[in-house]
Design a protein around this ligand. Structure first.
Ligand code: THU
Length: 129
């Protein structure tokens, strides 16, 4: 990925993280997906007082991308305190739109230290119909 694009993608994930609605866990997550047409679309986690209704940041970003007309995703950046990896449910949802997409894991407390992986490594033998 182009360095400028990567910087924009990481910046979008960090910025949207500040908008997370996480009053219950206080765990803020920002995600930004890069579409095949080089657009960046972001999402944050949105918690609910009925805890199970919480929406993860990665899925929020995927839904926003699809609503904006994008179904081919080439990368995702995820920003958390600690640089955590997407949960299993999000991995499966991401796989629908880019089975081998690049995954950049950002520690919001040390944004320069990006961990890079790919979705096919995080979710081998993906379920498809
Ligand atoms: N969360 C995400 O946004 N993405 C993940 O991949 C795992 C967890 C959110 C859900 C909840 O708001 C908080 O992090 C703690 O689980």
């Amino acid at each position: 990925m182009d360095a400028i694009v990567q910087q924009a993608l990481v910046g979008a994930a960090l910025n949207v993280r500040a908008r997370a609605h996480a009053p219950y866990s206080r765990f803020l997550v920002g995600a930004a997906v890069l579409t095949a047409s080089d657009e960046i679309i972001a999402g944050c986690n949105v918690e609910n007082s009925s805890y199970g209704l919480t929406i993860c940041a990665e899925r929020a970003a995927v839904c926003a991308a699809v609503a904006a007309g994008h179904k081919q995703l080439v990368a995702i950046a995820v920003a958390t305190s600690g640089g955590h990896s997407p949960c299993g449910a999000c991995r499966q949802v991401l796989s629908e739109f880019g089975s081998a997409m690049e995954v950049l894991l950002i520690d919001a407390d040390n944004p320069a230290g990006i961990r890079r992986t790919t979705l096919d490594k995080l979710l081998p033998d993906q379920f498809t119909l």
